[in-house]
Design a protein around this ligand. Structure first.
Ligand SMILES: NC(=O)c1ccc[n+]([C@@H]2O[C@H](COP(=O)([O-])OP(=O)(O)OC[C@H]3O[C@@H](n4cnc5c(N)ncnc54)[C@H](O)[C@@H]3O)[C@@H](O)[C@H]2O)c1
Length: 276
């Protein structure tokens, strides 16, 4: 493959809703930020070939995760799987830059994150579908007293959840806003692996995972995912609320989650960085 060295070569791992959105941007507006899409990999080859076709990409590596690693400098992780933490660990070991979307998975084994220093890798974690991570990071250098997150989502967002089935929740009977979970992030990650990326990002930004209390609310009236954060500490109080529109290309995901990943890539390659 003909690779221009002044570009940062990117491999997109996972070609679903989020990976496709980010890949589209890398092969378009992010070119002027020195990015070049060189590899796509999905365990389902139909998804990577469809994405390659949709983006009119000619020279692209699609054969395996191992080949993706060899052919890029930066991996965008957008995989929905229990083995995500292993893929991130292998990316770090290969000394690559990795942008992680499945942040909840990272909490399964924080040693993986710490190993980045040992291998000389770099891990980028976008704010995702929440606001305030910049101020919370700054505030967390002094004492934090409390950190709470309430995530309100349409009832259908909680379908096919084993924890809820075991608890005997019948989602079909929910007629008003109902708290499905209240507790700490570590427990939420186990019970709701697909619904806690923002909680995990918040917890990592605070630097103390045990500090964050999370409520997950199923709302029959809600059409969008919304997240309210309140952080109190020696710096003062931060309150943020985000009502997330769905992605125009992909109704499965919050627009801001994709936009925040794209902005993280822009910041990474920019001379001027705004915000903490
Ligand atoms: N940080 C955030 O704000 C945020 C927001 C939304 C989603 N997410 C997370 O991002 C990830 C992707 O979300 P999505 O909506 O694109 O999911 P998706 O289901 O649309 O796509 C996931 C893709 O991963 C592929 N995949 C599964 N196992 C794989 C493997 N071992 N190797 C390669 N590909 C594999 C699937 O075939 C699928 O195409 C999920 O973990 C989700 O929880 C994070």
């Amino acid at each position: 493959m003909d690779i221009d060295k002044k570009y940062i070569r990117v491999g997109v791992l996972g070609c679903g809703a989020i990976g496709s959105g980010i890949a589209k941007s890398i092969s378009g507006e992010l070119k002027k930020f020195r990015y070049q899409l060189t590899a796509l990999y999905d365990v389902d080859p139909l998804k990577s070939s469809r994405l390659q076709k949709n983006l009119h990409l000619k020279n692209i590596v699609r054969s395996s995760f191992e080949n993706l690693l060899v052919n890029c400098d930066l991996v965008v992780e957008a995989v929905a799987s229990d083995c995500t933490i292993d893929l991130v660990a292998r990316t770090i070991k290969a000394k690559k830059i990795v942008l992680v979307m499945s942040v909840g998975q990272l909490l399964k084994d924080l040693k993986v994150l710490k190993s980045a220093e040992k291998y000389g890798a770099k891990v980028l974690i976008p704010s995702g579908a929440i606001a305030g991570i910049d101020a919370i990071k700054a505030g967390s250098s002094v004492k934090l007293r409390s950190v709470t997150l309430s995530s309100r989502k349409p009832v259908k967002a909680f379908r096919n959840n084993i924890y809820l089935e075991n608890k005997g929740f019948d989602l079909g009977k929910i007629k008003k806003d109902t708290v499905l979970f209240s507790g700490n992030v570590a427990a939420a990650v186990k019970a709701f692996p697909q619904n806690v990326n923002v909680a995990a990002t918040l917890a990592l930004a605070c630097g103390d995972i045990s500090k964050v209390k999370i409520q997950l609310i199923a709302s029959p009236k809600a059409k969008l995912n919304s997240h309210e954060i309140v952080v109190k500490g020696d710096f003062g109080t931060i309150m943020t609320k985000t009502d997330n529109e769905i992605c125009p290309d992909n109704p499965k995901t919050s627009y801001l989650a994709v936009l925040s990943a794209i902005q993280t890539l822009k910041d990474y390659s920019s001379v001027v960085r705004i915000g903490t």
